[in-house]
Ligand binder design. Structure first.
Ligand code: APR
Length: 250
């Protein structure tokens, strides 16, 4: 693994436009379970029953009780881990322009990254389905489920449910970043959910090097990514930052 960490640090040092695509795996070390795989949320509940917009519209009380309340409990407590701070360090070093994240936990911004495209929205806010008014998730009153706005409308997370479109502006900015970058770090995503999983393909087709960081192979491995560093996000990012500091100081 150390060889590949050194290789990634050299690649990043020589790049002029590196970006990252992140997924749930980057927040595992912050105590937020992933969706797929062992211990994943979708092992416990069926996403089509609880995370599809049609399910929410049919029975918002059920989706609030099973999915949203649990997510609120977990996300409220979470703090950035070494993988998040590693990406923030890369930005501070002038070596990372943009993060496209599928996560809704807001931890990249807490870590200090300033250009974060939240492809699937943000769990920090709830939006009234009638008047569109927004309230911070931490301020929401859970004594009534589903929680309601003063206008009587039901609040929903400001996230993209299955069955909903990616906000067009996020889609456009992500495609642009993916086509301009010379390196894409793909960190902690199973790369099975579209259209996010297509962004590494866009990067590759436009000549970028695609570097995966993940304890497991994904459908990108050996096809789209140039190489994969098989490890946890925190330890790998710590290694890359340490190597990069040596290279940039030299
Ligand atoms: N460090 C890095 N990667 C990790 C770690 C870790 N410590 N632990 C697990 N992983 C990897 C897993 O091997 C897996 O490939 O993170 C990935 C998590 O995959 P998913 O749970 O499928 O998460 P993600 O790819 O973000 O899912 C995409 O699916 O249900 C939707 O909307 C949800 O945005 C989400 C989308």
């Amino acid at each position: 693994m150390q060889d590949l960490i050194e290789r990634a640090a050299r690649d990043i040092a020589g790049s002029t436009y590196a970006i990252a695509l992140t997924g749930a795996g980057i927040s595992v070390e912050s105590g937020i379970p992933p969706f797929r795989g062992k211990g994943g949320l979708w092992e416990k509940i069926d996403p089509m029953e609880f995370a599809h917009i049609d399910s929410f519209l049919r029975d918002p009380e059920k989706v609030w009780n099973v999915l949203i309340k649990e997510m609120k409990g977990v996300v409220d407590e979470a703090k950035p881990n070494d993988a998040h701070t590693g990406l923030a360090d890369l930005e501070r070093m002038g070596k990372l322009k943009t993060i496209i994240t599928q996560n809704v936990d807001g931890l990249h911004q807490v870590a200090g990254n300033t250009d974060v495209i939240e492809f699937h929205g943000n769990f920090a806010w709830q939006r009234c389905m009638d008047c569109g008014g927004k309230i911070e998730t931490s301020e929401i009153d859970l004594s009534e489920i589903p929680p309601r706005c003063a206008c009587g409308g039901i609040y929903r997370p400001d996230c993209v449910f299955f069955g909903e479109m990616i906000p067009p502006d996020y889609m456009r900015r992500s495609q642009q970043a993916a086509s301009l970058c010379d390196i894409m770090l793909v960190l902690g995503t199973s790369a099975v959910v579209q259209p996010a999983a297509y962004m590494p393909v866009v990067a590759k087709e436009n000549g970028a090097k695609v570097i995966e960081i993940n304890p497991e192979n994904t459908p990108l491995t050996g096809r789209i990514s140039d190489y994969i560093i098989l490890g946890r996000g925190g330890e790998v990012m710590n290694g890359i930052i340490a190597e990069l500091e040596k290279l940039l100081d030299a």
